[in-house]
Ligand binder design. Structure first.
Ligand code: G3H
Ligand code: ZN
Length: 285
């Protein structure tokens, strides 16, 4: 299928009470693993690229690869820019065919975040592309967005209402206790805050730092309006652990496919498990 706008996937998920997984890619094997899992699960899916991934692989390469992959599956796929913080990169993505953009102005004061996010919304909506904004800071390290735990702060529901109204974003990333990367302890999400945010904004909510969040908390979050869940770390772990094992088994291996292939298989299993947990399995239409 051709790529679809992000909001098409998330509106349905939001209305029907499940979440779409948005998985980060940097190369072909990660993309193939996600699309294979989506096809086997009959699940809609979002493929996301950080600005770091674009710097690594190039926008033209990534877009061509994702479009080619999406055309080979029967499930709907959206291509999303994750944690964009530069309108020039957003514009580049629009040119190459991304169908969803995140503008992450969470490090900016509210007024500035609104102004910059609205600029991206106006640009993207003009060509039918949907936009994710972020309010409140999520701790941990995301490429180029490092936030110390001390600095991190949760999303204010009243500000969220103003932000959504003033920017026109299609979905909103919030800070309610998740973190990027590996959790040191068990995460403990602030559900009353999420409920209040949802009551005020009434649009799909995005949960960053989805790796390592316990199943019961994921399900509760979905029941309160979370319709997009970002997963990166668990894919990296599965990919690298398997590749490391394969290299240790045969340190003289000369065929990269013998290492990358099993790494890809390990990621398929992770993605399928997430799709079942998020309730998106069987929802492709
Ligand atoms: O934007 C990407 C995600 O928020 C990554 O979260 O590190 O828990 O996989 P993760
Ligand atoms: Zn994130």
């Amino acid at each position: 299928m051709a790529l679809v706008p992000g909001i098409e996937l998330l509106r349905r998920a939001y209305e029907e009470g499940y979440a779409v997984g948005s998985f980060n890619i940097n190369n072909m094997e990660i993309l193939q693993a996600i699309l294979q899992a989506a096809e086997e699960e009959k699940s809609p899916v979002m493929i996301q690229t950080s600005q770091g991934a674009i710097k690594y692989a190039g926008a033209a390469y990534l877009a061509a690869m994702v479009k080619a992959g999406a055309e080979q599956v029967s499930v709907p796929v959206a291509l999303h820019l994750d944690h964009g913080d530069d309108w020039k990169v957003a514009l580049q993505c629009l040119r190459y065919g991304w169908t969803s953009l995140m503008y992450d102005g969470s490090h900016l004061p509210l007024e500035e975040n609104i102004r910059e996010t609205r600029r991206v919304v106006e640009m993207a909506h003009a060509v039918g592309v949907s936009v994710e904004g972020e309010l409140g800071r999520i701790s941990g390290v995301e490429e180029q967005v490092a936030v110390s735990e001390r600095e991190a702060f949760f999303t204010d529901p009243e500000e969220a209402e103003i932000f959504v109204r003033e920017t026109g974003v299609d979905y909103l990333a919030v800070s309610i206790g998740t973190a990027h990367g590996l959790y040191k302890g068990k995460p403990d999400l602030d559900f009353p805050r999420l409920e209040e945010i949802q009551r005020r904004v009434k649009i799909p909510i995005v949960l960053h730092g989805g790796s390592g969040v316990p199943e019961d908390q994921i399900k509760k979050a979905i029941s309160l309006g979370v319709a997009k869940i970002n997963i990166d770390t668990e894919l990296r772990q599965a990919f690298l652990k398997t590749m490391r094992e394969k290299l240790e088994e045969n340190p003289n291996q000369l065929d990269p496919r013998k290492v990358l292939g099993p790494g890809r298989d390990a990621m398929v299993a992770v993605v399928k498990e997430k799709m079942r947990l998020f309730g998106s399995s069987g929802k492709a239409r």
